[in-house]
Design a protein around this ligand. Sequence first.
Ligand code: NZQ
Ligand code: ZN
Length: 387
Amino acid sequence: MHLFSYHNPTTIFFGKGQIIAARRAIPERHKILVLYGGGSVKKNSVLDQVRAALNKHTFLEFGGIEPNPTYETLMSAVELARREELDYLFAVGGGSVIDGAKFVAAAAAFDGADAWDIVEKHAPITKALPLACVLTLPGTGTESNSNAVISHAAKGVKKAFAHPLLYPKFAVLDPTTTYTLPARQIGNGVVDAFVHVAEQYMTATEQAMVQDRYAEALMNTLIEIGPQTLQHPLDYESRANFMWAANQALNGLIGVGVLQDWSTHAIGHEVTALYGIDHGQSLAAVLTQNWRVRRKAKRAKLLQYADRIWRLPLVDEEKAIDQAIEKTITFFEKMGLKTSLAQLGVEAAVVEKIPQRFEVSGQTALGERDDVTPVVVKEILALSMAK
Ligand code: NZQ
Ligand code: ZN
């Protein structure tokens, strides 16, 4: 195991009816900005529960944060927060709203000329507004990590940034808030969480027994619970297990002390920036092709995955790896996702465009061994366009 330090400051309030916990968790002296998305939280009464929880607080609301939240929209929230001297952010929604709130938290306290520098140039963050959240779409793990992914509509880019000051103070995970999710978003969330585990797991063996076994538990849970929660949207137990698994997949724990890949995510973000494809869907179209292209480097871990996740016999090792990859594809398909860029109808030029964008942005050494060059990215994309 490599050296690591681990600290996750986000308190989780898990379970039905827990939105009320916000009343005590946010000190009454704060002037709050409640942020939400396109309106799902109005329809399913989650926003009403938030308003009731905050009825002793002073708060304003900012709606309209879009999926793949944009700098442009978020800067309006920054202006509102500054103008009204709001000093606490409460995000209510999916990954986009929570990520958006993280940007607002950093941007509202930013001294530089243009807050986009926080994302593009990793301008130092020295202070941020405190934030908390109610999660309504499990998958990203953003509710208890310090990452955010923000798009700049005018520039046509989507980029990640992170800072310890951006961990939510607390996150409410009430599985009943997910009952209204469309099947497409459940599919996206399950696959996103699964790929988060994969990015931290599918690297090398003999690094960390606990992290491996824990990652395997999360993958097994998602494989079991994913189709169930799709079929029975009102089943509390399957939603609860999904919500907790997705949280654990990217709260930092399984990634400590081990190599991490994240090249599928880097490619996926470009696919979303160029073609507007949902985040989870972009990953489903890249992950298995990425494994195939880097099969040699990942061989030992692919075998462990075939053995422990899919219980495949290892007598014929090549066959076991092929079958494990096929089973992963079948799982994604069961969740209603397409598993190649060709199936998504993406233009053939993608194979050139994304490697070029990586050259320009300097992302030329991705993956756990810095060996995913633009040439390798091209191979992965070509494979995803091949069927
Ligand atoms: O906008 P509203 O009306 O709320 O509708 C949303 C949106 O249309 C809807 N939705 C959310 N909860 C609902 C609901 N509809 C009905 N009932 C509910 N309970 O779902 C749609 C998609 O929401 P969005 O927040 O965009 O989805 P998701 O949670 O998948 O977030 C995706 C974003 O998170 C980033 C992605 O790149 C993408 O921008 N990620 C953030 C990460 C992080 N911060 O750690 C890691 C991830 O890898 C990911 O990159
Ligand atoms: Zn993701």
